[in-house]
Design a protein around this ligand. Sequence first.
Ligand SMILES: [Zn+2]
Length: 238
Amino acid sequence: MKIIHDCLPDFNERPQNKIDTLVFHCSAHSAKNMIDVLRQKKLSTHYIVDLNGDIYQTVEDGKRAWHAGVSSWRGVQNINHTSIGIEISSPSLGQDLYDDKQIKSLLELSLMLIDKYKILPTNIVAHSDIAPTRKPDPGIAFPWKTLAEHGVGIWYNLEDARKVNSDNVAELLLKIGYDITDLAAAQYAFCRHFLPAVVKKEADIEELEKHPYPEDFVLPSDFLPVLQACCYSFTAES
Ligand SMILES: [Zn+2]
């Protein structure tokens, strides 16, 4: 795997020498533009997968990059402390299919990192999963199911829904890992990841970034069984 090195200056030390989470992002810029934008905003990421599949590393794995912001997963706050951030170039902000070359590179990079740091499938997340009120990325086109089939992250088998007794939505979301302080936002983030067909495309990318979830969203009828099946997969893995 060829990795192009280009340093971003804004990062700091990890509070503990621990890496246990992968966070996927997307931005509507090519890698080169993204590096400029991140530099201007005093942000950073460990890796960028460009439109043509080229992989850039901009912060060393051992350092704490500034990609996730205020975040929470599985009861842990400030995910930047222990995570590796991977940005993917996507002009539609993850709403149109990613290029196969990008997914191939992302898969190779993710599998290398999972193996190197022994990252659990339950800790492979979207930026929208860990910041549901603030972030829509990496979007409805992100191929979670395909990635899970290749050993990156978790998907579900609908038949497992009946093995879960609870129908308490908040409790199930919490068990998977979501912060449920804003339950509507957490439900929407769940749909964006596991039921992307019910999430509407937003033509205006700036609008999508400003308002990552609609307040009038009506849960689809298959929401509960999918949530139960997911909860089964997530708790079986941990
Ligand atoms: Zn992001």
